[in-house]
Design a protein around this ligand. Structure first.
Ligand SMILES: C[S@@+](CC[C@H](N)C(=O)[O-])C[C@H]1O[C@@H](n2cnc3c(N)ncnc32)[C@H](O)[C@@H]1O
Length: 269
């Protein structure tokens, strides 16, 4: 197939990527045939997946808004994805134009498209990096330029930790980010789980994802709650996505259909 101008030579057009599959499910335009085929195969096992991904974006919107209400002005968005409608900087700047945002993603399309959208705006940047290497992300000159580590920072990990297997120690990775922040900082997570309304279907979709794209580790609610250890969860704790401070219209029927848990917690002072 012909290479679009936004896809540099480092991008393998024949291999699906998690970021572009997500974009395809959300109806975005930064995906290839191979991603759309993988998306269709996964949705065949889990037809509600596009609804779940939209519910995840709605949680992202509500969480960022709440964090701004709590006084946060700095965001480190790990596994930020291909920009679509309602990105962190759009939500944040609507509420407070002084907010600063560092986006990080492994996927070159996600990073190049984020950079294109941000243009030369100095208050936000997008880095290509692996969140499993906190030292590299935290010491990156762009992170250091934009984020003031003497002030609270919200570390965002939306729909990304299920790509980090247990052997990579997700709790240890989180700790390294939080250790770099001051008390009053926050951690926000959304994370896929088999504890939804249809665990068998979710299990099949997981296997399909593993076969065609990448590692995928569903976790239980207790395991996801454990990722917040040592922090103070804000109300309503770790709940299904649509149950986290919903706005009117955010309901998707039985909240267990979301098969994804969400929570926001504060670092103790
Ligand atoms: C499902 S998307 C979520 C995007 C966005 N956070 C959201 O919730 O809408 C997951 C993103 O995480 C990225 N990702 C997966 N593993 C990663 C890693 N180890 N480091 C950085 N990004 C990663 C993928 O490339 C993809 O863009």
């Amino acid at each position: 197939m012909e290479r679009p101008v936004w896809a540099g030579p480092e991008i393998d057009l024949d291999r699906p990527s998690a970021a572009r599959i997500y974009d395809a499910h959300l109806g975005g335009f930064h995906n290839f045939q191979v991603d759309r085929e993988a998306a269709a195969k996964i949705a065949a096992f889990m037809p509600e997946l596009p609804d779940i991904l939209r519910a995840n974006r709605s949680f992202l919107r509500r969480a960022v808004r709440e964090l701004i209400d709590l006084g946060v002005t700095q965001f480190l968005d790990l596994g930020s994805g291909i920009p679509t409608v309602g990105n962190v900087h759009e939500i944040a700047w609507k509420a407070n134009p002084d907010c600063r945002i560092v986006y990080v993603d492994l996927d070159p399309v996600a990073v190049s498209h984020s950079r294109a959208i941000l243009g030369g705006i100095g208050q936000a940047t997008a880095l290509r990096g692996d969140l499993r290497r906190p030292k590299d992300i935290l010491s990156n000159p762009e992170t250091q330029r934009l984020l003031d580590f003497s002030q609270p920072i919200a570390v965002l990990m939306f729909a990304v930790l299920h790509f980090v297997p247990d052997e990579d120690d997700p709790a240890g990775i989180i700790r390294q980010y939080l250790d770099a922040t001051v008390p009053g900082s926050y951690l926000a997570i959304s994370h896929a789980s088999l504890e939804g309304s249809e665990p068998e279907k979710a299990q099949e979709a997981t296997q399909q994802f593993r076969r065609s794209v990448t590692e995928f580790s569903m976790r239980t609610r207790a395991e996801i709650t454990g990722l917040f250890d040592g922090l103070d969860l804000i109300d309503p704790g770790v709940v299904y996505l649509p149950e986290w401070r919903p706005d009117p219209g955010d309901e998707i029927g039985d909240p267990r259909r979301a098969s994804t848990f969400a929570g926001v917690a504060r670092k103790r002072g």
